[in-house]
Design a protein around this ligand. Sequence first.
Ligand code: PPE
Length: 304
Amino acid sequence: MPIQKVDKIWMNGRLVDWKDAKIHVLTHALHYGSGVFEGIRCYNTDRGPAVFRLREHLKRMENSAKIYKMGIPYSVEELRKATKDLIKANNLSECYIRPIAYRGYGEMGLNPMQAEVDVAIAAWPWGTYLGEDGLKNGIKAKISSIHRISPNTLPSEAKASGQYINSILAKIEALDAGYDEAVMLDHRGFVSEGPGENFFMIRDGIVYTPPEHASILAGITRNSIIKIVRDMGYQVRETDLTRGMLYLADEAFFTGTAAELTPISEIDGREIGKPGPITKKLQDRFFDTVRGRVREYEDWLDYV
Ligand code: PPE
């Protein structure tokens, strides 16, 4: 689906027209993937648009930058204000927000330290990530032959642009094989995550998800779902999962800002079926939470 255009994009402290939000072809990050970014969603609530866990996302971007020794010339608070200004300027109520800090134009070569750091924030309406039907009925996933980046290859703690070339290989493979999404294994062969989502499964009433050491991005949606699951009285185990365990799952789903909570109906031709009772309850609770209908989780909403 083509990106839905809006009026303005925030670039290095200014709101510029959508069509003018351009970079030079010799931008460092275009060649070497030397950027860090975030994906954030803003939902409409009774009290107007609210950004879900905005500070946590911007803090994670700052941490990603730290890993790559990239100083972001704006603080979390400055970027938080910029994000809200941008949403207001574009008159958006529900949108996806993409902040990015990247090595810019001026120096080439693998020593990035002299290349300036530019920052941009874009926001536009982005509907369901894996389709309306997927959100409702579940998607088909395939365990990928492409392994997730290993800790000493690229740190999965960072959400860095270049790391996604690994996700892209897995995604292409899954689509070519007739599936909707990939499940990637880590360097040890244990389940890691999707190309842009965290993985959860349920068996005998217990909720499982791979641990942070399984080369996952510690998802903010994952963190929210773990809290919601526990508050609902279920047990969550952050533990290494094998391929076989996935084949025997009673229920399974992906979580992510873009993917929200997308049920999985099949893995490698092993049927999981329609979204199960726990998945459905969690999905309802998640959408109620982001739309401001759950008092307990009000802290997660940052009203525009
Ligand atoms: N793992 C990966 C590799 C990942 O990229 C994401 C977010 C997650 C887990 C979930 O993290 P969180 O959003 O904090 O719950 N992926 C972003 C980009 C997706 C894209 O296609 O681009 C997102 O969901 O915004």
